[in-house]
Ligand binder design. Structure first.
Ligand code: PLP
Length: 450
């Protein structure tokens, strides 16, 4: 852990440039002249709302800028870092694996069998597994497999659920309030035919989903959802919603796909499917699987997954030069083994409850309209909205300006999370009593000024 988990101004190793600009200012300026928007993704560029954000190191619960300032990190790279940054057990496992060899690309490896066996053991829905490197690839593979299995074209997804950036699913993730209930492509350049094949319903509306599934059953290939949509903070699923999805898809043999890219291994060693009591046909995992290393997987029913065993003349092409890369798989094996036993998840759940309660009390104390949503190690303060959100419509009206002011105030005091008001805070095994107290003390000050 870093000595100084506090904020700007704390001593660091960064060398400011001679001309008085910060090192971050200089890097961001250089970035803007060679990278569109100055960051690798639009969502990362949102951090520039807080100032010139450029990080170069991280350790435990902290992240350090190029100017040597350390922040307690609640972003954790959008969630993967469940054990804390640079967990020595994971990093050592990766180094040892890479010392043996970096890429083989033929046949199989003992490592990939080890990790596949662990996923089959842990995830109730998973009988066979294919590895890839990102959540987007995993959902793409799942949908192609489902299309091959059913011979159908359409996919049903839910407003507020994100499943990656490919054309099949990047629809109605964050539609504006006046586009609710329509198909809303999230990007320019998407194939209209793909968007047209993507049906959208509100999350948690069992009747609407059942009606759509029945109406399109002859041409529906898959129903895909985040079982707990964290892409908009946190929507808890109604039991009846999940049960209905399961029953209606099963009756038409349409694969039900759980996108557990955020939830698996962050919330529970067996995925949230184990705690929600519904077993999908296919499951996509990524993020916490590798504690920050790029690794993802699609897994599920043997008969559906078996289609991936073909070659270019038959079966479903599931391919990738770097799929099953030793770095990600070594990280995955070590991460899964460290998470075994449940102590870390108990710690994360207990700490998450205390962050949520503490922050909700502070909103109350300061008379600020808002709520704190979340599940286990994830929490999200949302301003200007109250009550338990059940669908994206309950989230879209939140007060983004107020959230950004909160994020700035917290950043100025040494806490980093992205200023995107729909996103969430994450905890890791390295967060503790001390980070909790500091967060709540500083939130108290910031909320007093809002
Ligand atoms: N599914 C969910 C629920 C996600 O949160 C994400 C990424 O944030 C993805 C899929 C896509 O994963 P990746 O960014 O690794 O492609």
């Amino acid at each position: 852990m870093s000595d100084e988990p506090r904020g700007p101004g704390s001593a660091g190793t960064g060398e400011p440039p001679d001309d008085g600009r910060s090192a971050a200012g200089e890097i961001v300026e250089r970035a803007r002249s060679v990278v569109p928007g100055g960051a690798q993704t639009g969502l990362r560029a949102q951090a520039f709302d807080l100032g010139d954000v450029a990080f170069e190191a991280a350790d435990g619960a902290t992240i350090r800028t190029v100017d040597g300032e350390t922040y307690t990190d609640y972003h954790l790279g959008f969630g993967p870092v469940v054990l804390g940054h640079n967990d020595e057990r994971v990093d050592r496992a990766v180094r040892e694996e890479l010392d043996r060899g970096v890429l083989y690309g033929a046949g199989t490896t003992p490592l990939e069998v080890d990790v596949a066996e662990r996923l089959v053991d842990r995830l109730p829905s998973v009988e066979r597994v294919n590895f890839c490197n990102s959540g987007t690839e995993a959902t793409y593979h799942a949908i192609r497999l489902a299309r091959a299995h059913t011979g159908n074209r359409k996919v049903l997804k839910f407003e507020g659920c994100y499943h990656g950036w490919h054309d099949y699913v990047d629809v109605s993730v964050y539609p504006p309030a006046d586009r609710l209930g329509e198909r809303h492509p999230e990007s320019e350049g998407m194939l209209p035919e793909a968007v047209a094949a993507t049906l959208v319903e509100p999350f948690n509306d069992a009747d609407a989903a059942a009606a759509t599934i029945r109406e399109h059953a002859d041409d529906l290939a898959a129903v895909i959802l985040e079982p707990i949509p964290h892409s908009v903070g946190c929507l808890h699923p109604r039991e009846s919603f999940l049960r209905t999805l399961r029953e209606v898809t099963e009756s038409h043999d349409i694969p039900l796909v759980f996108d557990e890219v955020i939830t698996a291994f962050r919330h529970a060693p067996n995925g949230v499917q184990s705690e929600l009591g519904v077993t999908p046909d296919l499951t996509c995992v990524a993020k916490a699987l590798g504690n920050g290393y790029p690794v993802a997987a699609v897994g599920g029913r043997e008969d559906v997954m078996a289609r991936a065993g073909g070659d270019h003349e038959s079966g479903v092409v599931v391919s990738g030069t770097y799929s099953g890369h030793p770095s990600g798989l070594a990280a995955a094996r070590a991460t899964l083994d460290v998470l075994d036993g449940g102590e870390i998840h108990d710690h994360l759940t207990e700490l998450g409850d205390r962050y949520r309660e503490g922050l909700a009390d502070l909103l109350d104390d300061h008379g600020i309209e808002g709520r704190v949503v979340g599940h286990r190690s994830i929490f999200a303060p949302q301003f200007g909205v109250t009550g338990e959100p059940r669908s994206y419509a309950d989230v879209v009206g939140l007060d983004g300006e107020r959230f950004r002011a909160f994020a700035q105030g917290m950043f100025d005091r040494g806490h980093f999370f992205t200023p995107n008001p729909y996103k969430r805070h994450h905890l890791s095994a390295a967060h503790d009593e001390a980070t909790l107290e500091q967060y709540l003390d500083d939130a108290d000050e910031v909320l007093a000024e809002l």
